[in-house]
Design a protein around this ligand. Structure first.
Ligand code: GDP
Ligand code: MG
Length: 171
């Protein structure tokens, strides 16, 4: 099997949207309820995607960084997951500015990106419609997934990360 160079992925989004839970779900297929919200970590992971072994480094940002720190994380990454919480409209409204900063930092490149609406298990508390997420993703020309870090039977979380790896490898 062909081996490719390491892909650097960074996960962005307001504090509390479930970035750490999603990363842990992807890495361990488990859900951890409480995770230090101020913690920023990087993880190494390998997955077979389309018959290729892809090594990745994943940066789980805290979501409370100032602009300079965000920019430095953006320069580091090859591909980005922007996460919002479907029960938190404010987190959805932060997606646009994050994308704007990304475009600025990475210009003139077209930045590999996926948009994730997390906490889909909390449909009763939903503040952001699925169509709104789809529309925003279409505007940003990126893939969109609604998922749940705690109830991920379909493996949507891994699918989002894998699609991002594909997107990075295409560029
Ligand atoms: P982060 O600050 O973006 O890293 O968010 P965390 O991963 O620390 O999650 C924040 C809170 O949301 C924690 O209490 C998690 O248990 C909870 N959480 C994360 N993902 C989900 C999810 O998909 N569904 C539900 N119901 N809660 C979640
Ligand atoms: Mg976190």
């Amino acid at each position: 099997m062909a081996k490719s160079p390491e892909v650097k992925l960074a996960v962005f989004g307001r504090a509390g949207v479930g970035k750490s839970a999603l990363v842990v779900r992807f890495l361990t297929r488990r859900f951890i309820w409480e995770y230090d919200p101020t913690l920023e970590s990087t993880y190494r992971h390998q997955a077979t995607i389309d018959d290729e072994v892809v090594a990745m480094e994943i940066l789980d940002t805290a979501g409370q960084e100032d602009t300079l720190q965000k920019e430095s994380h953006m320069r580091w990454g090859d591909g980005f997951v922007i996460v919002y919480d479907i029960t938190d409209r404010g987190s959805f409204e932060e997606v646009g500015p994050l994308r704007g900063l990304l475009e600025e930092v990475k210009k003139p490149k077209n930045v590999p990106l996926v948009l994730v609406g997390n906490k889909a298990d909390l449909d009763h508390a939903r503040q952001v419609g699925t169509e709104e997420g789809e529309r925003l993703a279409a505007e940003m020309a990126c893939a969109f997934y609604e998922c749940s870090a705690c109830a991920d039977e379909g493996g949507t979380v891994a699918e989002a990360f894998h699609e991002l790896c594909r997107e990075v490898r295409r560029r």
